[in-house]
Design a protein around this ligand. Structure first.
Ligand SMILES: [Zn+2]
Length: 113
């Protein structure tokens, strides 16, 4: 499971500034619903025009798809970024309590437990 999360994280770092900013807002607002979260595939619905994001590992490489116009053209769009952040929150969380969905500053990593 860690592997697809890592690949998603690497790809998210290459996303455009606008997508990163918007994706961070969406993730912070709790707009991301992880529908499926398994080793070969991550599917999420993002409450922003009912975007549906899918990440999948094909031939050792990460492929992604989003139902929005940008995503359909292969862009790592804001919805992909939002999903990537949710995946990271989920995988980083381990035993700590759930992050409140109202947290606005998703880019701030809280190290204190
Ligand atoms: Zn999208």
């Amino acid at each position: 499971m860690q592997r697809i999360a890592d690949l998603i994280g690497i790809e998210a770092e290459r996303a455009g500034q606008a997508a990163l900013a918007r994706g961070g807002e969406l993730a912070g607002a709790g707009a991301v619903q992880l529908v499926r979260f398994g080793p070969p595939q991550v599917i999420a619905e993002v409450d922003d025009g009912a975007a549906c994001v899918e990440f999948r590992i094909v031939d050792e490489a990460l492929r992604w798809h989003c139902s929005c116009p940008e995503g359909r053209n292969g862009v790592f769009c804001a919805h992909c970024v939002a999903t990537a952040q949710s995946v990271r929150m989920r995988t980083d969380r381990k035993d700590s309590p759930p992050v409140p969905s109202a947290t606005a500053s998703v880019r701030t990593v809280r190290m204190a437990s």
